[in-house]
Ligand binder design. Sequence first.
Ligand code: ZN
Length: 294
Amino acid sequence: MSAVLPSIFFTESRLDRATHLRECPEQLKRLAQKKKTHYLPVYTGRHLYTRPGQQLWVMDEPVPGSVPCFLGILDDELWFACPLDSDQAKALEAQTGSRFTSLRRSALRLDSQQAHIAMYSRGLDLWQRNRRYCSRCGTPNRVHSAGHRLLCQQGHEQFPHIEPAIIVLISKGDRCLLSRKANWPPNVYSTLAGFVEPGETIEEAVKREMLEEANIQVTDIQYQGSQPWPFPASLMLAFTATAINEDIRLDDELEDVQWFSRSDLKNAIERGLVSIPPRFTVAHSLIDAFLRRA
Ligand SMILES: [Zn+2]
């Protein structure tokens, strides 16, 4: 299965995750002493950035007291994330004079390699942070496998938790269907999306969500690509689909759903009457691909 969309932000990376090293702490330690190694502090999924370059702020040594999590090897250099607690984060902010900032604000200033590493470390940190205690027995979890496995005092294992979501550009002729939620910034319209439910295939999820959210039946569902989306734990599965009917009926989740012709949408964007999500989102890639289609 290969992505159809030409580029999806956060997914272009040369990083080798070198997963075999996660269970080899001694080998990893020796490698880290021999090769250039970067330790990336991360706190509540946020990072520090250098100014004025706005690249990720990294250290040559782990943050004291943190448990470094192995991310992988990029261009023969090792990368670790250092998830921090609030005291460690405050101390580092005081030391560097900068604040932990959301990836949403900084993503487009990063090169593709750093953007991928930031996204990956964010997902790992948020997973560990939200799983402090075992969900089965309530005892504290400890980090194993260089950050990729949690184990409680009773020996219950947990691996990173990912929530698959579908996101769909529905079209009919030269029109596409976009929606907005009430809490979005004014004039922002995007593709429809929703979570895959237990026991459901992704194709069924596409059909169900489009019917629930807008009363639109779809056919010709085509996979376009995927994007890790750790806000906090999603994997976006992007599709195009063709609408069978056109009569929209809104559900409570959305403030508005509209059909836009290609030319009307282009004009509205140019005149600032409609905004689409930022370039680092797969929604942007889907809408952009639709607008470029002849
Ligand atoms: Zn347990």
